[in-house]
Design a protein around this ligand. Structure first.
Ligand code: J2J
Length: 552
């Protein structure tokens, strides 16, 4: 076939054979699952976005029509397309059409700006980009045009909404086709290899540069199916997706794709703002939704304020992406009326969840256990020795939906993967004797801002562009709402002054996503160092906690 997995690390052949034999890998392309649902439930509503309601038959028709139109634009199987779209039917359909054609979507976030997008476009060698016209006064179409002007390989700009004459209107690509049968036959004949990359997810980021995670059709389909069981997805599931859909959690754990595989209904909303989310839950009879802890907390507060009866149908609320404090976990059921499912997952693979019928203590104080019997988990000390249950250590994992390496990143791979394929996420985890995991902390240099991950190294290297900065350390600062925010410690050249505004302004002008812009600055004479001469971030985290406490 024309498909290549160049730059990615395959699973060893004997393991791949075992995953097939055990039925984890079904050797089907992701698009085929949607066709199957459409055959079974053609008239059932699949996707709701405002006034747009698409049945499964319509979804399948448009998926195939769009796949062929993308190929007619000159894209080929294994080409990459940057996808930066808000939650809406267009995101879902374009993603499915790419799966069908073997074109690989790169899952960018709506919050990303030139800095992130240009890096990701070049790394993935994307030939196309899909953007909205304008969101919240920001002109994504103009940004895409700037990118294309500086990156020759980026030839095609798809715009949702109002496209300028030289760009392609995304809604035209996604339009229905009267008779799709010949198209379907052509796409079936050229279906992507199940071992080829289906999509690129973005890594949470610990090194200076973002990394791409290759997920194959086989491994991602299994991720989706394995997550659908503990969350009890059926065709009666009505799912509300409000977190950015390009995140693995709302996309595939079980998320939008899991619900579409099962024949349920997906409601797409671009924001978790409680007034609109609650109205959507009531209107559509939503049974399942996904939140990060900050959103769960907001929903709890809103419900306590309003005493609304809008959540009557909500059965399960999944919460993950960052640590959910136990005291908030305990409020989910009493206040929202929904069973809490904690999810400790990663775009690199392994997903852990609490089970719906677990005792309250497990649901409220642990982050659950792996979704698949085939997930391998080890908790090890600094020398790589396995630790007994109850002793926190670094988590290592392998399995049928945990890839063996990042895309074209030999150095990052050497750090994050052991030679025998274990992925070290950098989380410090304790395993209880009952098998449930508790995330106790992390030993990776990352800030987890309400579920959005920020690489400290990436921010520091940007701050060093300011001449007067001599040392810079980005650290997590505790925050009531988001769990953590980004705090910056710096030293400056004698007699000079550097302000927070100046740093924020530089990052904005560089085109860095807003969630990565430092929110607090501490200028000191000297940064504490460890015995080996590295900046001592542990001391800095203690220092900022002290300063915040003193400030009340
Ligand atoms: C503490 N830390 C957590 C949790 C993730 C489902 C859910 C989340 C993600 C995700 C995901 C946590 N408690 N419950 O992809 O499919 C932190 C850990 C982890 C990192 C991964 C999914 N849930 N984390 O958050 O790739 O540090 O995936 O290693 O964005 O988030 O980040 P990411």
């Amino acid at each position: 076939t024309s498909h290549t997995s160049e730059g990615t690390t395959p699973w060893p052949a004997d393991l791949a054979a075992e995953f097939r034999a055990k039925g984890y890998w079904e050797d089907r392309a992701l698009g085929s699952y949607i066709l199957e649902t459409a055959d079974r439930l053609p008239h059932k509503i699949a996707i709701v976005d405002g006034d747009v309601r698409l049945t499964y038959a319509e979804l399948a028709n448009r998926m195939d029509a769009a796949a062929e139109r993308l190929l007619q634009l000159g894209l080929k199987a294994d080409d990459r397309i940057m996808v930066q779209l808000p939650n809406g039917w267009q995101f879902a359909l374009l993603t499915l059409a790419c799966f069908r054609a073997g074109i690989i979507p790169v899952m960018a976030l709506p919050a990303h700006r030139q800095y992130e997008l240009s890096f990701l476009t070049e790394l993935s060698e994307s030939r196309a980009i899909a953007v909205p016209d304008v969101i919240k006064d920001f002109d994504h179409q103009a940004m895409a045009e700037e990118l294309a002007a500086s990156i020759p390989a980026l030839e095609i700009i798809l715009v949702s909404g109002t496209a300028k004459p030289l760009n392609v209107r995304l809604e035209e690509i996604l339009a229905p086709l009267k008779d799709v049968s010949a198209t379907r036959a052509r796409l079936d004949a050229a279906a992507p290899s199940p071992d080829s990359p289906a999509l690129f997810l973005l890594s949470g980021g610990t090194t200076g540069l973002p990394k791409l995670i290759t997920r194959t059709h086989n491994d991602y389909a299994y991720n989706i199916k394995a997550c659908s069981i503990p969350t009890a997805v059926t065709e009666d599931t009505v799912y509300l997706g409000t977190l950015p859909a390009s995140h693995n959690f709302p996309l595939a754990c079980p998320g939008i794709l899991g619900i579409l595989f099962a024949g349920g209904r997906v409601i797409m909303l671009p924001s978790p703002e409680p007034r609109k989310a609650f109205a959507a839950i009531e209107r559509e009879g939503v049974t399942l939704s996904t939140a990060v802890p900050a959103v769960a907390q907001r929903w709890i507060e809103y419900q306590q304020e309003t005493g609304s009866s809008q959540l009557a149908t909500l059965e399960v609320l999944q919460v993950g992406g960052s640590r959910l404090p136990d005291e908030i976990a305990r409020k989910v059921k009493p206040v929202l009326g929904a069973t809490l499912q904690q999810v400790f997952g990663m775009a690199e693979g392994l997903i852990n969840t609490t089970r719906l019928n677990d005792p309250e203590d497990v649901i409220c104080t642990t982050q659950g256990r792996p979704v698949s019997e085939a997930d391998e988990v080890r908790i090890v000390d600094e020398s790589g020795k396995d630790l007994p249950d109850g002793v926190p250590g670094s988590i290592l994992t392998r399995g049928p939906y945990t890839p063996r390496g990042y895309y074209r990143a030999p150095e990052a791979n050497a750090r994050a993967f052991t030679p025998d394929g274990w992925y070290a996420s950098g989380d410090i985890v304790e395993r209880r004797p009952d098998g449930n995991l508790i995330v106790q902390g992390r030993d990776k240099d990352m800030i987890n801002r309400g579920g959005e991950k920020i690489s400290a190294e990436e921010i520091e290297s940007l701050v060093y562009r300011i001449e007067d900065v001599t040392m810079a350390a980005a650290i997590a600062m505790p925050d009531q709402v988001l769990g953590e925010r980004l705090c910056l410690y710096i030293t400056v050249k004698p007699g000079t002054e550097v302000t927070l505004e100046q740093i924020q302004d530089l990052l904005r002008r560089t085109g860095v996503a807003a969630f990565k812009i430092p929110e607090h600055l501490v200028v000191v004479d000297e940064l504490p160092t460890t015995k080996v001469g590295k900046i001592n971030k542990k001391d800095l985290r203690a220092d900022i906690a002290e300063r915040l406490a003193a400030a009340g």
